[in-house]
Unconditional design. Structure first.
Length: 67
């Protein structure tokens, strides 16, 4: 029985893309601030924020989004 390479490659690509989509969700969370705070000189009002980060260790980049 001979298996065509095209369906195997398509299946592998779909598996790879779906796993990277799940990995992206792991770098996201929520934050509830009850008081006004200052981060790097920028004031943040109290409320619910979405936190996203990329990278690892000392090279991580964090983004705070409100709304």
């Amino acid at each position: 029985m001979r298996i065509s390479k095209l369906p195997v490659l398509l299946f592998g690509a779909a598996l790879l893309l779906s796993s990277s989509a799940f990995a992206a969700e792991a770098n996201k969370g929520t934050l509830q601030l009850t008081d006004k705070v200052t981060v790097e000189g920028k004031p943040l009002n109290s409320g619910k924020y979405t936190v996203e980060w990329s990278g690892s260790g000392p090279e991580v980049q964090v983004t705070l989004l409100q709304g």
